[in-house]
Design a binder for this molecule. Structure first.
Ligand code: HEM
Length: 218
């Protein structure tokens, strides 16, 4: 029983850590992508540096591990919560909104984000390979690919939908991560909620600005 309890706590802890790691990635990735506004050279050279830096393999392995762990743990916790009726009642009794729509749809949100990331990698990472030369150095022209992709209305609409779901997931997921890591306290709960909301808004607005800018202004 004790082992099971510790395993459960460990799972939630790991869920929190991987969630925070992924939340940090989406922020860093969004900030890098904002270089689209600085033009093709700045964007392409930045992306080239990211892909070719020495730590790239470590970053990509860490990212993939965090993604897989997050998904597997979410499924285990989801199935466990579904079957442990008593736990459900305990949560409702404690006033935690166990029936809030964004909590009930966490797994569905995650599934859409997973589909989004797979299609995103197919489109960009493994997509058309254009090249451009800057001062004698040949690099991949990802700028051209981004422009091409976001000139298609269907892609813009799909990105807007997926990014809104990412917003809900980030907002709720961040506050949950703090809870899972034991960092929440009734006195700070409203600050954690505000911080998570601010973070999710900042990241989402940053991402959404890209397809909107390319579609309407490029
Ligand atoms: C409009 C917004 C976005 C743009 C323009 C964009 C652009 C790109 C581009 C050009 C690449 C390829 C980089 C390469 O080949 O090395 C890439 C990779 C990637 N993107 Fe995005 N992205 C956007 C949003 C997102 C979002 C919201 C997520 C996650 C939820 C995401 C996750 C990833 C991942 C995991 C990779 C692979 C990173 C790696 O291999 O190191 N992207 N993105």
């Amino acid at each position: 029983m004790k082992k099971f309890f510790l395993f459960s706590i460990g799972q939630k802890y790991l869920m929190g850590v991987t969630g925070l790691g992924l939340a940090f990635f989406v922020l860093a990735h969004m900030l890098g992508n904002l270089l689209i506004f600085a033009g093709d050279k700045a964007y392409n050279l930045y992306m080239h540096q990211m892909v070719n830096m020495k730590a790239s393999v470590i970053v990509q392995t860490g990212l993939l591990t965090a993604f897989l762990l997050h998904i597997i743990l979410a499924l285990i916790l989801g199935v466990k919560n579904y079957f442990s009726r008593s736990e459900k009642y305990a949560r409702q009794a404690s006033g935690w909104k166990a029936t809030a729509w964004y909590q009930k749809t966490l797994i569905a949100q995650g599934a859409v984000i997973l589909v989004f990331v797979i299609l995103h990698l197919i489109t960009f990472k493994f997509g058309a390979h254009y090249e451009v030369v800057y001062e004698g150095k040949t690099v991949r022209n990802l700028f051209q690919l981004v422009i091409e992709v976001f000139q298609k209305p269907v892609m813009v609409i799909w990105y807007l939908i997926a990014l809104l779901i990412l917003f809900v997931h980030l907002f709720h997921g961040l506050s949950s991560s703090f809870q899972s890591l034991g960092l929440s306290h009734p006195r700070f709960d409203s600050w954690i909620k505000k911080l998570s909301l601010g973070y999710a808004v900042f990241v989402t607005v940053g991402y959404i600005s890209l397809p909107i800018y390319v579609f309407f202004f490029v």
